[in-house]
Design a protein around this ligand. Sequence first.
Ligand SMILES: Nc1ncnc2c1ncn2[C@@H]1O[C@H](COP(=O)(O)OP(=O)(O)O)[C@@H](O)[C@H]1O
Ligand SMILES: [Mg+2]
Length: 252
Amino acid sequence: MATAPWQADRPIATDEALELLGMGELAVRGRLVEASNATLWCELRPPGARRSADPAAHAVYKPVRGERPLDDFPEGSLAGREVAAWELSAALGWRVVPPTILRDGPHGEGAVQLWIETDEEEDVFLAILARDPRLRPIALFDLIANNADRKGGHLLPAAGEFHGCDHGICFATEPKIRTVLWAWQGERLSAAERRDLERLAADLDGPLGERLTALLTPDEVAATAARTEALLRAGRFPAPDRDRRVIPWPPF
Ligand SMILES: Nc1ncnc2c1ncn2[C@@H]1O[C@H](COP(=O)(O)OP(=O)(O)O)[C@@H](O)[C@H]1O
Ligand SMILES: [Mg+2]
Protein backbone atom coordinates (compact mmCIF):
# COMPACT_ATOMS: atom_id res chain seq x y z
CA MET A 1 0.00 0.00 0.00
CA ALA A 2 2.87 2.37 0.77
CA THR A 3 3.73 2.55 -2.92
CA ALA A 4 0.16 3.15 -4.13
CA PRO A 5 -0.06 6.15 -6.44
CA TRP A 6 -1.73 9.32 -5.19
CA GLN A 7 -3.53 9.96 -8.44
CA ALA A 8 -4.49 8.04 -11.55
CA ASP A 9 -3.27 10.56 -14.09
CA ARG A 10 0.53 10.85 -13.85
CA PRO A 11 0.80 8.39 -10.93
CA ILE A 12 3.22 9.38 -8.20
CA ALA A 13 4.07 7.39 -5.07
CA THR A 14 4.86 8.79 -1.63
CA ASP A 15 8.67 8.63 -1.68
CA GLU A 16 8.88 10.13 -5.12
CA ALA A 17 6.43 12.88 -4.13
CA LEU A 18 8.39 13.75 -0.96
CA GLU A 19 11.63 13.97 -2.87
CA LEU A 20 10.13 16.17 -5.57
CA LEU A 21 8.42 18.40 -3.01
CA GLY A 22 11.69 18.85 -1.12
CA MET A 23 14.19 19.23 -3.94
CA GLY A 24 12.07 20.25 -6.91
CA GLU A 25 11.75 23.65 -8.49
CA LEU A 26 8.55 25.37 -7.55
CA ALA A 27 6.95 27.75 -10.06
CA VAL A 28 3.80 29.59 -8.95
CA ARG A 29 1.12 29.39 -11.65
CA GLY A 30 -1.99 30.66 -9.94
CA ARG A 31 -3.91 31.45 -6.82
CA LEU A 32 -6.77 29.23 -5.63
CA VAL A 33 -9.56 31.77 -5.57
CA GLU A 34 -11.85 30.06 -3.09
CA ALA A 35 -9.06 29.86 -0.56
CA SER A 36 -9.07 32.23 2.42
CA ASN A 37 -5.29 32.48 2.71
CA ALA A 38 -2.62 32.92 0.05
CA THR A 39 -2.97 29.41 -1.37
CA LEU A 40 -0.88 29.09 -4.51
CA TRP A 41 -1.05 26.49 -7.25
CA CYS A 42 2.40 25.56 -8.49
CA GLU A 43 4.26 23.44 -10.98
CA LEU A 44 6.98 21.17 -9.66
CA ARG A 45 9.97 20.13 -11.76
CA PRO A 46 12.93 17.98 -10.80
CA PRO A 47 16.03 20.02 -9.93
CA GLY A 48 17.80 21.23 -13.07
CA ALA A 49 14.87 20.53 -15.43
CA ARG A 50 14.24 23.05 -18.18
CA ARG A 51 11.47 25.55 -17.39
CA SER A 52 9.79 24.59 -20.62
CA ALA A 53 9.73 20.91 -19.63
CA ASP A 54 6.40 19.43 -18.59
CA PRO A 55 6.00 19.67 -14.81
CA ALA A 56 6.49 16.36 -12.99
CA ALA A 57 3.62 17.22 -10.64
CA HIS A 58 1.64 20.12 -9.22
CA ALA A 59 1.64 21.36 -5.66
CA VAL A 60 -0.25 23.65 -3.30
CA TYR A 61 2.07 26.19 -1.67
CA LYS A 62 0.88 28.06 1.40
CA PRO A 63 3.50 30.61 2.42
CA VAL A 64 3.52 31.52 6.12
CA ARG A 65 3.56 35.19 5.08
CA GLY A 66 0.23 34.76 3.31
CA GLU A 67 -1.60 33.42 6.36
CA ARG A 68 -4.56 35.49 7.47
CA PRO A 69 -4.32 35.93 11.27
CA LEU A 70 -6.97 34.03 13.26
CA ASP A 71 -8.21 34.74 16.81
CA ASP A 72 -7.90 31.19 18.01
CA PHE A 73 -4.61 29.99 16.49
CA PRO A 74 -1.12 31.44 17.02
CA GLU A 75 -0.04 33.69 14.16
CA GLY A 76 2.12 32.09 11.48
CA SER A 77 1.37 28.55 12.65
CA LEU A 78 -0.95 27.23 9.93
CA ALA A 79 1.73 25.91 7.56
CA GLY A 80 3.25 23.88 10.41
CA ARG A 81 -0.19 22.40 11.13
CA GLU A 82 -0.52 21.29 7.51
CA VAL A 83 2.79 19.41 7.83
CA ALA A 84 1.86 18.02 11.26
CA ALA A 85 -1.32 16.62 9.67
CA TRP A 86 0.77 14.81 7.05
CA GLU A 87 3.07 13.43 9.78
CA LEU A 88 0.06 12.17 11.74
CA SER A 89 -1.55 10.57 8.69
CA ALA A 90 1.71 8.90 7.64
CA ALA A 91 2.41 7.64 11.17
CA LEU A 92 -1.03 6.01 11.22
CA GLY A 93 -0.16 4.33 7.95
CA TRP A 94 -3.25 5.97 6.45
CA ARG A 95 -3.40 7.91 3.22
CA VAL A 96 -5.58 10.76 4.39
CA VAL A 97 -3.17 13.66 3.87
CA PRO A 98 -1.16 13.95 0.65
CA PRO A 99 2.63 14.28 1.15
CA THR A 100 3.34 17.73 2.63
CA ILE A 101 6.57 19.40 3.67
CA LEU A 102 7.78 22.73 5.02
CA ARG A 103 10.25 24.47 2.73
CA ASP A 104 11.41 27.73 1.31
CA GLY A 105 9.64 28.98 -1.81
CA PRO A 106 9.24 32.11 -3.94
CA HIS A 107 7.29 33.81 -1.10
CA GLY A 108 9.35 32.46 1.78
CA GLU A 109 8.84 29.44 3.98
CA GLY A 110 5.58 27.60 3.61
CA ALA A 111 3.75 24.28 3.45
CA VAL A 112 4.03 22.54 0.09
CA GLN A 113 1.60 19.72 -0.58
CA LEU A 114 1.27 17.39 -3.53
CA TRP A 115 -1.69 18.48 -5.67
CA ILE A 116 -4.11 15.61 -6.25
CA GLU A 117 -5.82 15.36 -9.64
CA THR A 118 -9.28 14.46 -8.45
CA ASP A 119 -11.62 12.03 -10.14
CA GLU A 120 -14.56 13.97 -11.59
CA GLU A 121 -16.65 10.80 -11.80
CA GLU A 122 -16.87 10.49 -8.01
CA ASP A 123 -19.71 12.26 -6.24
CA VAL A 124 -18.35 13.51 -2.91
CA PHE A 125 -21.78 14.58 -1.63
CA LEU A 126 -23.21 11.14 -2.33
CA ALA A 127 -20.20 9.44 -0.71
CA ILE A 128 -20.84 11.42 2.50
CA LEU A 129 -24.56 10.56 2.53
CA ALA A 130 -23.89 6.91 1.70
CA ARG A 131 -21.33 6.51 4.53
CA ASP A 132 -18.74 5.47 1.99
CA PRO A 133 -16.25 3.31 3.96
CA ARG A 134 -13.37 5.14 2.26
CA LEU A 135 -14.31 8.21 4.30
CA ARG A 136 -14.18 6.42 7.65
CA PRO A 137 -10.39 6.78 8.18
CA ILE A 138 -10.73 10.48 7.40
CA ALA A 139 -13.47 10.80 10.03
CA LEU A 140 -11.23 9.09 12.58
CA PHE A 141 -8.19 11.12 11.55
CA ASP A 142 -10.18 14.35 12.10
CA LEU A 143 -11.12 13.26 15.62
CA ILE A 144 -7.46 12.70 16.47
CA ALA A 145 -6.26 15.89 14.76
CA ASN A 146 -9.20 17.93 16.11
CA ASN A 147 -9.86 19.24 12.63
CA ALA A 148 -11.95 22.41 12.78
CA ASP A 149 -12.69 22.55 9.05
CA ARG A 150 -13.61 19.25 7.32
CA LYS A 151 -15.87 20.54 4.58
CA GLY A 152 -17.03 18.45 1.62
CA GLY A 153 -14.70 20.46 -0.61
CA HIS A 154 -11.76 19.30 1.50
CA LEU A 155 -12.35 15.68 0.44
CA LEU A 156 -10.40 14.62 -2.64
CA PRO A 157 -11.41 11.48 -4.57
CA ALA A 158 -8.55 10.05 -6.65
CA ALA A 159 -7.50 6.66 -7.99
CA GLY A 160 -10.22 4.84 -6.06
CA GLU A 161 -9.36 6.44 -2.70
CA PHE A 162 -10.38 9.55 -0.78
CA HIS A 163 -7.82 11.97 0.59
CA GLY A 164 -8.22 15.24 2.45
CA CYS A 165 -6.77 18.74 2.24
CA ASP A 166 -6.72 21.97 4.21
CA HIS A 167 -5.45 20.96 7.64
CA GLY A 168 -4.32 24.45 8.68
CA ILE A 169 -6.69 24.63 11.63
CA CYS A 170 -6.09 21.26 13.25
CA PHE A 171 -4.46 20.42 16.59
CA ALA A 172 -5.99 23.03 18.91
CA THR A 173 -5.96 21.98 22.57
CA GLU A 174 -9.68 22.82 23.02
CA PRO A 175 -12.35 20.69 21.29
CA LYS A 176 -12.94 22.39 17.95
CA ILE A 177 -13.81 19.58 15.59
CA ARG A 178 -16.15 20.66 12.81
CA THR A 179 -16.78 18.06 10.16
CA VAL A 180 -19.34 16.75 7.69
CA LEU A 181 -18.25 13.20 8.63
CA TRP A 182 -20.40 12.29 11.65
CA ALA A 183 -21.93 9.20 10.05
CA TRP A 184 -19.96 6.75 12.21
CA GLN A 185 -20.86 8.19 15.61
CA GLY A 186 -21.36 5.50 18.23
CA GLU A 187 -19.73 2.79 16.12
CA ARG A 188 -17.04 0.59 17.58
CA LEU A 189 -13.46 0.96 16.41
CA SER A 190 -12.39 -2.06 14.37
CA ALA A 191 -9.49 -4.24 15.52
CA ALA A 192 -7.32 -2.71 12.78
CA GLU A 193 -8.23 0.83 13.87
CA ARG A 194 -7.41 0.03 17.49
CA ARG A 195 -4.07 -1.41 16.45
CA ASP A 196 -3.23 1.69 14.40
CA LEU A 197 -4.24 3.98 17.27
CA GLU A 198 -2.20 1.98 19.76
CA ARG A 199 0.84 2.25 17.52
CA LEU A 200 0.16 5.97 17.14
CA ALA A 201 -0.02 6.44 20.92
CA ALA A 202 3.42 4.84 21.30
CA ASP A 203 4.84 6.89 18.43
CA LEU A 204 3.45 10.13 19.92
CA ASP A 205 5.35 9.25 23.06
CA GLY A 206 8.52 8.84 20.95
CA PRO A 207 9.82 9.92 17.54
CA LEU A 208 6.53 11.28 16.16
CA GLY A 209 6.03 13.35 19.32
CA GLU A 210 9.46 14.87 18.80
CA ARG A 211 8.79 15.69 15.16
CA LEU A 212 5.45 17.27 16.03
CA THR A 213 7.04 19.40 18.73
CA ALA A 214 8.91 21.24 15.96
CA LEU A 215 5.57 22.06 14.31
CA LEU A 216 3.08 22.50 17.18
CA THR A 217 3.20 23.68 20.79
CA PRO A 218 4.05 21.07 23.46
CA ASP A 219 0.47 21.38 24.79
CA GLU A 220 -0.93 20.65 21.34
CA VAL A 221 1.22 17.53 21.00
CA ALA A 222 0.09 16.39 24.46
CA ALA A 223 -3.56 17.07 23.55
CA THR A 224 -3.17 14.93 20.41
CA ALA A 225 -1.89 12.06 22.55
CA ALA A 226 -4.77 12.61 25.00
CA ARG A 227 -7.36 12.49 22.18
CA THR A 228 -5.82 9.25 20.90
CA GLU A 229 -5.95 7.69 24.38
CA ALA A 230 -9.54 8.85 24.88
CA LEU A 231 -10.61 7.25 21.60
CA LEU A 232 -8.92 3.99 22.59
CA ARG A 233 -10.56 4.05 26.04
CA ALA A 234 -14.02 4.74 24.59
CA GLY A 235 -13.46 2.20 21.81
CA ARG A 236 -16.03 4.05 19.69
CA PHE A 237 -16.52 7.04 17.46
CA PRO A 238 -17.91 9.78 19.74
CA ALA A 239 -21.15 11.69 19.24
CA PRO A 240 -20.74 15.40 18.48
CA ASP A 241 -20.65 17.91 21.37
CA ARG A 242 -24.06 19.47 21.95
CA ASP A 243 -22.85 22.87 23.11
CA ARG A 244 -21.01 24.10 20.03
CA ARG A 245 -21.16 24.19 16.26
CA VAL A 246 -19.86 20.85 14.97
CA ILE A 247 -20.45 21.21 11.22
CA PRO A 248 -18.41 23.67 9.17
CA TRP A 249 -20.21 26.51 7.42
CA PRO A 250 -20.59 26.36 4.52
CA PRO A 251 -20.44 22.56 4.64
CA PHE A 252 -19.05 22.40 1.09
N1 LIG B 1 -3.44 18.88 -2.31
C1 LIG B 1 -4.52 19.24 -2.99
N2 LIG B 1 -4.91 18.54 -4.08
C2 LIG B 1 -6.01 18.88 -4.80
N3 LIG B 1 -6.76 19.93 -4.51
C3 LIG B 1 -6.44 20.70 -3.44
C4 LIG B 1 -5.30 20.39 -2.62
N4 LIG B 1 -5.21 21.32 -1.65
C5 LIG B 1 -6.22 22.17 -1.86
N5 LIG B 1 -6.97 21.81 -2.93
C6 LIG B 1 -8.15 22.51 -3.49
O1 LIG B 1 -7.99 23.90 -3.31
C7 LIG B 1 -9.00 24.43 -2.47
C8 LIG B 1 -8.39 25.51 -1.57
O2 LIG B 1 -7.37 24.95 -0.78
P1 LIG B 1 -7.45 24.98 0.81
O3 LIG B 1 -6.36 24.12 1.33
O4 LIG B 1 -8.84 24.66 1.24
O5 LIG B 1 -7.09 26.51 1.08
P2 LIG B 1 -7.47 27.46 2.33
O6 LIG B 1 -6.65 27.01 3.50
O7 LIG B 1 -7.05 28.82 1.93
O8 LIG B 1 -8.96 27.29 2.54
C9 LIG B 1 -9.53 23.22 -1.71
O9 LIG B 1 -10.86 23.38 -1.28
C10 LIG B 1 -9.41 22.10 -2.76
O10 LIG B 1 -10.49 22.15 -3.68
MG1 LIG C 1 -10.26 25.60 2.50
